[in-house]
Every structure is written in structure tokens, then in C-alpha cells.
Design a protein. Structure first.
Length: 211
């Protein structure tokens, strides 16, 4: 039996032929390379960049590549995603208690937590984009497009929520017409972040399983 490796996500497949579609990242079979017995790649579709494009010299490209490699080596993206993933469920709970049970003391910490998530979001987005371009070669398969879509929805909804609360401090007060739409948008934010996190975990852990 031959061993094949997906050059996009690293998934390992054993069989006479590579799968038609990678079960992890959904890349087609052309992205698989044959792995020899000593572990080296026998074939592949490696693309070489052109440092001279867009008016950038080799030194600038090298510095940019070094920074990206450092961020990837330190796993800054998965570390930074723990902030929205861990804090947003608490924010939703705090606002649910405020809106449903009228426990007003939870509104202020919920808002401050939401602001903190907004401040960390640029790091999440930038490192995620760099990881997609560098580690996964900017593959535009369904799983990556869905992650990008969820990231966009999360960033936009987060910004709207914070600005909404800034310009309407009493939106969670009893009788406010904005309370339930605000909570609904919070749930959309939580869902988009959860889906993006699930897909990220699938890329990391499913690619290690092989078949």
C-alpha cells in the first residue's frame, strides 16, 4: 500500500491512489504527494514565490517571511483564539441574565468583556490569515472559505455590538426594544466563533489521524 500526504493540511492517506477529496481540508487529489518509505516526498505541486513582485525587494520579503514563521512557530493564532472562545460564552450568559432575569449587575462586566474580545480580535484575524497563507498555501477549499466567512461575521457583529452598547447604554434595561435583538446578535457572534473554532480543530487534529 502507498502512503500519500495532502500538501495543504498534512493529512496522511494509505492506499493505491490518493482520495478524490481530502477528508479534512477538502482539497482535490492533485494536492496529494506520494511519500517514500524513508518519509520523503516523491512528487508535489510546490510553487515558488517571486520576491520581486509588487515592488518589494528580497530583503522585505525575507523579513516578512521570518515574522510569519515566528508567529507560526509560537502558535500565536491558536493561543489568541482562546480569548474569544473562552470569554464570549460568559458574555452571552451575563447578558442573558441581564435581559431575561433583569439582573443588572451582570451588564457592566458583560460589556467590558465584550470590549476586551474586540481588542484581541485583530490579533486573531491577522495571525489566522498568515497561518492560512503560509501553512495551508492559501487554499480556497470549502473549509477555509467557511472559516474566512465566520471570521468576517464574527468581526463585524462584534464591532456592531460594542458600538451599539456605547451609543445606547440602556439597551439591556427592562422594556428596551433593543434588548432581544442585541442578545440575538450576541448568539450569532458566539455561533460564528464556535464554527470557526470547530473547523480549526478539525484541520489540526483530523489531519493527524490518517487513514
Amino acid at each position: 500500500m502507498k502512503t500519500w500526504k495532502c500538501t495543504v493540511c498534512g493529512y496522511i492517506h494509505t492506499g493505491d491512489e490518493p482520495p478524490e477529496v481530502c477528508p479534512v481540508c477538502k482539497a482535490d487529489k492533485s494536492k496529494f504527494v506520494l511519500i517514500s518509505e524513508n518519509g520523503s516526498q516523491q512528487a508535489g505541486n510546490q510553487k515558488s514565490g517571486n520576491p520581486g513582485q509588487s515592488g518589494k525587494g528580497p530583503a522585505a520579503s525575507h523579513d516578512s517571511s521570518m515574522l510569519t514563521n515566528i508567529l507560526l512557530k509560537l502558535h500565536i493564532h491558536p493561543i489568541s483564539t482562546h480569548f474569544p472562545n473562552g470569554i464570549l460564552p460568559m458574555v452571552v450568559l451575563f447578558y442573558a441574565l441581564t435581559i431575561v432575569l433583569h439582573w443588572d449587575s451582570f451588564e457592566i462586566p458583560g460589556f467590558y468583556s465584550l470590549v476586551f474580545v474586540l481588542l484581541t480580535m485583530p490579533v486573531v484575524l491577522v495571525t489566522g490569515f498568515l497561518e492560512w497563507r503560509k501553512r495551508y498555501n492559501g487554499a480556497k477549499t470549502s473549509i477555509f472559505l467557511m472559516k474566512l466567512f465566520c471570521a468576517g461575521i464574527a468581526a463585524l457583529s462584534l464591532l456592531i455590538l460594542v458600538l451599539w452598547r456605547v451609543f445606547n447604554p440602556g439597551l439591556a434595561a427592562p422594556g428596551s426594544s433593543a434588548a432581544w435583538p442585541f442578545l440575538l446578535l450576541l448568539l450569532i457572534l458566539l455561533g460564528s466563533v464556535g464554527i470557526a473554532g470547530h473547523l480549526g480543530g478539525k484541520l489540526i487534529f483530523d489531519s493527524r489521524k490518517g487513514s
